[in-house]
Ligand binder design. Sequence first.
Ligand SMILES: C[S@@+](CC[C@H](N)C(=O)[O-])C[C@H]1O[C@@H](n2cnc3c(N)ncnc32)[C@H](O)[C@@H]1O
Length: 253
Amino acid sequence: MLTFIGLGLYDEKDISCKGLSAIRTADAVFLEYYTSRLMGTDIPSMEALYQKKIHLLSREDVEQHPDPILDAAAVGSVVFLTGGDTMVSTTHADLRIRAAERGIPTQIIHGASISSAVCGLSGLQNYRFGKSCSLPFPHGRWMPTTPVEVIATNLAQNLHTIVYLDIQNTRYMQIPEAIVIIEEIAEKKGIEIPLYVGIARAGSDNPVVLAGGADTLASSDFGPPLHILVVPAELHMMEREFLERFAGLAPSP
Ligand SMILES: C[S@@+](CC[C@H](N)C(=O)[O-])C[C@H]1O[C@@H](n2cnc3c(N)ncnc32)[C@H](O)[C@@H]1O
């Protein structure tokens, strides 16, 4: 049996009771820590709560050499852990399909996801979101243009956009840096982005949520990662009021 478990958003205590008991009774525990991370904890604290040794997996382990995970799941009970919810903005559907091809039973135990936390913390209504995008770190002079194209397409259809920010080993893209990159590309393409919402440390006791223009957010201190950005479409009345009350948006004249 291969059980995919979402760990939730911030620390080891965000896991569901169902997820915790599946880990405690598992024969092997694998953790994928490259798509997202629980910044309020560390692996020794997770192992202490789970009462299990964690095997840390790289992207190559999961996407190119998953056989050790599948071999273990063919003969015992294996749990595969991911930050957030396990199938949201990840490629783990592929691993579930590979398990099914080998006749290995699978199940999912869900965790809280940043994609729904964004709606709760910003007041932006979930049914008004278009396609989301990821902003990678630039390589030398190369800058990714796709995220800005996704934002422009969504804005044209009056839809909000989630922008996931890159994680590379222990380097985490932060909101001010992301805005500088997006604004540089948007300017070259003649696209104007009137408003951003930046969210830091969703799921912690002190999340920061700020709404404003590029200059305001690029010069704001959001504190430690993880960070995420939303580019809102035209705001509905209640969305505007929520952002004014909870995210420092300047009241409209
Ligand atoms: C590729 S997505 C994976 C989403 C995850 N599977 C989930 O359901 O939450 C990871 C990105 O989401 C954002 N993110 C995840 N957790 C976050 C948190 N607690 N606070 C702010 N941003 C977060 C960061 O931009 C991070 O790089």
